[in-house]
Design a protein around this ligand. Structure first.
Ligand code: SF4
Length: 507
């Protein structure tokens, strides 16, 4: 019989099934710590340091880890959390074409308080872990079960050879969905590393015996690994399977690489595992001419590639990038912001193509693996803002008055209200090749089309002037809605009285 949690581990305190994003980070975190999750919370705080905002400003972070698990072959996913969270997460995952079952263990206040929820999760894991169907089962504690201390670490480590991975991905501990991808990737790499250290493991599917490979870290546009492979081949290097992986045995092949390219720089837990396996890690990515040359040099150093081989590879690859940049110059002032983690690379590519980039903001934290890009951008006068809040991004856009703003949905909305051409980073920018010769020419067309549409934006702004703007916008009115007489004055007086009363209590 599997270990049951000590009763005290699940004392939920102020947490109930209705608690969630809006329950207050401090309250939730204090509850999690009181319920025995201090080690987890400390590790999350260390791996994913917070920024100016105390709540994620993007979607529920758990979407990141959910998506990583759902994209893997023969891996089952089970969520434990409030029904509304699970509804939102499953809706979003199917919206993005998951086409996979998401398991759910529901709870109520009673099963949460008594520890029955842990038993229900354990039963669900036993029912799911069939070796003929799955290599691994991922169980994710969302906010409320994490705050209540549901001890996934007490689940069996494997059942009939099916690995069981339990992770806590609370919104009050993991700031962005990007970093949640790392929570699961890191947990799986750790499990696979310990397996490989303990004895023989399954042979990776496309293993080429004796090939020296580089493991890429980050979810990349599908053509990008091929472009990077073309840069590596003349250096005698191949590509290991990417992290996040698509299949369990890919994890062994990734760990077996001679070096790791942290193309997306926020995979702190995953990189910890690669380093524990003795693999050197290279930051930045092959963007633009200077960026690609510097990246190839760093890879060659990490993978002990002879200087003559590196020089030959550069001589073969760099002219094509130079040509692509020269053929598609970008002449525009552009601000960049997003929460994907590739913002600095995009800013660098734009800058190398001739754009003026006064500001780049990323919701991800500063790490050593984006230092080369940060230093390069700062040397050219770009302000780099890590853990940027929406308010900072908007302020920067207003201040910089760009020809084009790349950003998140609310930023793009704000830009369009002001008649500034804008593009949604996630769908329009990170869904394009970024690296090597293909990346060098990919942005120019879309930037030119958007910048050229500026006049159309101005016409739209004047055409819609006053329509749908606060605070009397909405449907269902025959005429322009009128507010009750004296309403604003009464509200102002009430607010002043309240502020005075609070001041009096404070003294
Ligand atoms: S799991 Fe996600 S949606 Fe649910 S409360 Fe936490 S952050 Fe919010």
């Amino acid at each position: 019989m599997d270990t049951l949690p000590p009763p005290s581990a699940q004392t939920p305190g102020a947490i109930s099934e209705g608690s969630g994003c809006h329950g207050g980070r401090e309250t939730m975190e204090a509850a999690a710590r009181a319920a025995g999750k201090s080690e987890t919370m400390d590790r999350l705080a260390q791996d994913y340091p917070r920024g100016p905002h105390d709540q994620p400003q993007s979607m529920c972070p758990a979407f990141g880890s959910l998506r990583v698990g759902l994209r893997m072959r023969r891996v089952a996913t089970i969520l434990s959390g409030s029904a509304c969270c699970v509804y939102g997460l499953t809706f979003t995952s199917h919206f993005y074409g998951a086409r996979r079952t998401v398991g759910y263990v529901p709870f109520n206040s009673e099963t949460l308080v008594t520890g029955k929820l842990f038993e229900d999760i354990r039963d669900a894991v036993h029912a799911t872990a069939k070796p003929e169907d799955y290599d691994a089962v991922i169980v994710t504690n969302l906010c409320v079960p994490t705050a209540s201390g549901v001890p996934l670490e007490l689940l069996p480590k494997s059942i009939d050879g099916v690995r069981i991975i339990g992770i806590d991905v609370p919104g009050f501990g993991v700031p962005t969905h990007a970093e949640a991808k790392d929570v699961l990737s890191g947990a799986m790499l750790r499990y696979a590393r310990l397996e490989a250290e303990a004895g023989p493991v399954a042979r990776p599917r496309n293993l080429v015996e004796g090939e020296r490979t580089i493991a890429l870290v980050g979810e990349l546009f599908p053509a990008d690994p091929m472009g990077i492979g073309a840069l590596l081949a003349p250096m005698g290097l191949g590509l290991a399977p990417q992290t996040p992986a698509r299949e369990w045995r890919d994890l062994y092949a990734a760990l077996d690489a001679v070096a790791v390219a942290a193309v997306h720089p926020f995979y702190t837990a995953s990189i910890r595992e690669f380093r524990a396996a003795g693999r050197p890690v290279v930051g930045s990515g092959p963007v633009g001419l200077e960026g690609t040359a510097a990246w190839m040099e760093a890879i060659a150093k990490a993978a002990d590639v002879p200087a003559a081989m590196l020089d030959a590879a550069k001589a073969r690859m760099l002219p094509a990038i130079k040509g692509a940049l020269a053929a598609s110059p970008i002449k525009a002032r552009i601000t960049v912001s997003g929460y994907e983690g590739s913002e600095l690379l995009v800013a660098r590519l734009l800058s190398e193509a001739g754009a003026e980039v006064p500001y780049v903001g990323t919701a991800c934290p500063r790490t050593e693996w984006s230092d080369p890009d940060r230093e390069w951008l700062e040397a050219r006068g770009t302000h780099v803002q890590y853990r940027a809040s929406l308010e900072q991004d908007v302020h920067a856009m207003l201040d910089a008055k760009p020809d084009l703003a790349l950003g998140t949905t609310p930023l793009v909305q704000k830009a369009k209200e002001l008649g500034i051409p804008a593009l949604y980073f996630t769908n329009m920018v990170s869904a394009r090749p970024l690296f090597g010769p293909a990346g060098a020419g990919s942005m120019a067309g879309i930037v030119a089309a958007q910048v050229g549409g500026r006049e159309r934006f101005s016409r739209m702004v004047s055409f819609f002037d006053g329509v749908g703007t606060p605070d009397r916008a909405g449907y269902g009115f025959k005429g322009k809605p009128e507010e009750p007489q004296g309403f604003r004055d009464r509200q102002k007086k009430l607010r002043l009285a309240k502020a005075k009363a609070e001041e009096a209590v404070g003294t």
